[in-house]
Design a protein around this ligand. Structure first.
Ligand SMILES: Nc1ncnc2c1ncn2[C@@H]1O[C@H](COP(=O)(O)OP(=O)(O)O)[C@@H](O)[C@H]1O
Ligand SMILES: [Mg+2]
Length: 253
């Protein structure tokens, strides 16, 4: 579904991503770990075509098409959707209008009857994200993504700023987004094979979704990969540096 080759990205006058190679097959869920400032959010922004970063080398191929120079709306129409780490306020645009436009333009009008299951029914007349709490922001993003029904989902720290009780709802909605089309009603395409790339620090989201592969990014490169549960255990027990060193040795052997 997604193939990234030798991707180099600059921002603010310096190189942030220094040659990323990553392939995500149809239906695969990948998680991305890494210390703050490694370039994880920059990678997601480069895939979505969002923000002020500049791709200087390499390419991104999605469903067989080179999307490296495509605009963000073209990528969204092709089926890429993103939950941002810190989504912007959109003053003057009501959440309800945004969700209706997104769902009506695609195949998910059924989501409009299920806004209450996101705990967002009282928010439909409010400006997008303005004054939303951490958990409300994530639920708003998930409602918008569910309306969009992307084939490839980018999630940037879905658990950040979410309290323990709200996490169950966020986790459930992420799970539905990846695996369940019934939310859309009769118009849904039941054979969607959704892939995703999920950034997480705590690994909490792994309680709700099954991930196939985990990667660790550091200083703008992907340093190692492995089974998500093993990588998370290693990071918790040894820290990033030792985990990367140890896994690099295993690969070399
Ligand atoms: N638009 C930008 N201008 C300048 N620096 C940026 C910009 N975007 C990201 N950076 C820098 O790139 C580095 C990686 O950022 P980011 O991708 O957000 O890391 P992560 O998500 O792994 O914490 C950071 O040092 C950040 O300050
Ligand atoms: Mg980030």
């Amino acid at each position: 579904m997604l193939e990234i080759k030798n991707l180099h990205v600059r921002a603010g006058g310096r190189e942030i991503l220094k040659g990323i190679d990553l392939t995500i097959p149809d239906g695969h869920t990948c998680v991305l770990f890494g210390p703050n400032g490694s370039g994880k959010s920059t990678l997601l922004a480069a895939i979505m075509g969002y923000g002020s970063t500049e791709i200087t080398e390499g390419r991104i191929v999605f469903k067989g098409q080179d999307i490296t120079r495509m605009s963000v709306d073209e990528r969204a129409k092709l089926g890429i959707g993103m939950m941002m780490q810190r989504p912007p306020n959109v003053t003057g645009v009501k959440l309800g209008d945004l969700v209706k436009a997104t769902a009506g333009g695609g195949d998910c009008e059924g989501v409009l009857d299920k806004v209450d299951t996101f705990g967002m029914d009282r928010f439909m007349d409010r400006d997008v994200n303005v004054g939303f709490s951490g958990g409300e922001l994530k639920r708003s993003e998930l409602l918008q993504l569910t309306a969009q029904q992307p084939d490839f989902v980018l999630l940037d720290e879905p658990e950040s700023g979410v309290d323990i009780e709200s996490m169950a709802l966020v986790g459930q909605k992420v799970r539905e987004l990846l695996y369940d089309n019934s939310v859309c009603g009769v118009k849904s395409n039941v054979n969607r094979d959704v892939s995703s790339l999920v950034i997480t620090h705590t690994g909490q989201i792994l309680d709700y979704i099954g991930a196939d592969t985990a990667y660790i990014m550091k200083d703008g490169t992907i340093r190692c990969s492995g089974r998500p549960a093993d990588i998370l255990k290693d990071i918790r027990e040894k820290g990033y540096r030792e985990c990367i060193e140890c896994r690099s040795r295993i690969v070399k052997l």
